[in-house]
Design a protein. Sequence first.
Lengths: 306, 288
Amino acid sequence: MTMAPVMRSIVMRSMLYMPVTEQRFIESAWRRGADAVILDLEDSVPAHRKADARRAVREAIPIAARGGASICVRINSDSVAEDLDAAVWPGLELVIRPKAERAEDVAETGDLISDLEQQRGLPLGTVKIWPLIETAAGVVNAYDIAKASPRVTLFGGGEGYDMSLDLGVSMFTGFDQFFYSRGEAELAGRALGKVLANCLYYPDESGEVADARWAQRYAEALRGCGFRTATALHPATVAALTSGLTPSATELADAHLVTEGRSADAYDIDRARDLLAWALLCRERDAIKDTAVREYASSDAKGGSQ
Amino acid sequence: VPALSTDWVSRARTCRADVLVVDLAYFCRGQGASREAAAARAAIAALSDGPAELFLQVRASSMAAQLADSVRPGLAGVILAGVESAEHVIEADELLTRLELSNGFPPGGLEIVTALESAAGNQNAESIVAATPRTTSASLGRADLVMDLRPEPSGAIHLLDYLAQRLILLAGALGKQALGARWTAGDRGLSTTPGRALQAARMGRTLGFRGSLCVREDMIAPLRVGFTPSAAEVAAASRFLQEMRDRATDECWAAAEDSRSAGAATRLLAFADACAEQDRKLGIARSR
C-alpha cells in the first residue's frame, strides 16, 4: 500500500475554528471563505457536550466543506482514540493533536489514524497531523514530536493560552514572553522541513478575537516573515487573514523582476521563485473555493425553490 | 576576504581586523577547485606574517577538496560554513589531523570554528560544538540568508534572537566561545553600515558574544569598538576593585555576593587588557 500524497491543498491562509456542536455555525461555514475549517472537539466544546460533538463530526465534514475549504478536526488530548474514531472519515485532511508532549503521543495518533483509514477505505496517509506544542514538556521534546510521524505536515507552537497556563504566566502581556519556547518549536519544524504555523509574535494586549484590523496587520507581518498559515477564532478575521497572506501585486511584480535576473543574488532569486509558486497556489485555492461556493449556492437555490 | 580577490587580499594586510578569514565558501563559488585552492594558498602566504590570526573558511559539504591543498603554515584554523551534523566536524577533525601530520604542523593546533547556518545545523548545535576539542568557537554565520529569516515589524530579524540565545547557552555550557552580534532588520548577510554594526556589536556583547564575523572593511572598526569594554566600564570596574581592596579588612566585603561582583569586574578588566594587547599588536592607537 502506498502513502497518499500531501494534503489536497497546502494553501491554508485562514484556518477557522468552529465548535462542531453549533449546527448553525457548521451550516454557514461555506460562506466564510476560509481556506480550512477546523471542526473543534476541544476547547470550544464543554465537557458535557463532548459525546454530542463526536456524534456530529461525520455529518459536519461534507457540510463544512461545501465552500471548498479543507477540513480539519481538533481532537482532545485525553480522548484521542474516541475522537479519532469519530473524525476519520472521507473528507478529513488534517487532525490537530493538542498538547503533544512526547513523540509517542504523535506516533500513537498516527497508528490509530492508519487503522481507521484502512477500515474506512481511505488511502493510507490521507489524514495529516498537526501536533500542537502547548506545554513545557512539548517544547523540550519538540524535535522528537515533529519527527514522530510522516503524517506531521504542520508544526510550530510553544505559545498561546495552554502554554501560558502550563507555565503560569500571563497571556496578553505586550511583550514576547514565549520567544524561546516558540523558537524551539519553530527550529524543530524548520529542521524537518515542515510547514510552519504559530511561529510569530505580534503584540496583542486585548485578546479580541474578532478584530479584523489586527488580523490584517498580523497576517501581513506573517507574510513579511515568510509564513503562510494562520488560525482564526472568529469568522470576522478570515478575509483579513486570507488577503494578508496572499502575495500583493507589488510583491509579484518585484519577484518577476528578480527571477529575470536583474541585480539579485541567489537568495533573492530562490525567495522570488518561491513567492511566485505560492501565488499560483493561492490563485488555485481561491478558484476552487469560488467554484465550490457558486455550485453550492446554485444547488441550494434550486433546492430552496422546489 | 574572498580568496580570489587579489585586491581584497592586499588590502586585508592593513585592515586591522583581529582575525582574517580567507573565504572559499561564499565568494569563490564555481571557479574550479584548483583555481580556488591556488588562490587560498596565495592569500594565506600573503597574510600569514601579519598580526591578525588567519582562518580559512570552507563549506562543510566540500571541505575535503577545499582543505587538502590549502592548509599552509600561518593558518590558525578553519571555519566550517554550513555544518549540519557532528559527523561533518569529526570528518574535518580527522582531515586536519592528517594535514597537520603531512605538513609538519603541531598535532591538534588547527582550530575549528563551526558556522551553524541552517535549521539542521542549529538543531544539532550541541553535538556539533561538542564533537571535537579543536572546536573553539561557534557562530550563526549567514543564518539569516541560509534560513531566509526576514525582518519582523519590531525590527528584529525573525528567530535570530532565539538562535543567538540558544547558541550562547550551548557554547557556554560546553566551554566554547559564541561569535555573533545582535543583527537587526537591514543587516542582511552580515553586511551593514558602520553605525549599525557598532550597535549590533554593543548589544551582542551584552548578550554574551565576544566578537563577530563581518564582510566589509568599514565594519571592522565598529565591531572592534563595540566588543571592547568602554573606558567608562573599565573605570567603574577598577574603582569597584579598588574599593574592595581598601575595605579588605571589613568582613562585610568578604561576602559571597561581593565576590561574584569582584569576579565580574576582574574578568572585564582582563578582557579589556586582552583587547588592548590585541590593539597594540594591530598597531591601533588607543583613543579611549
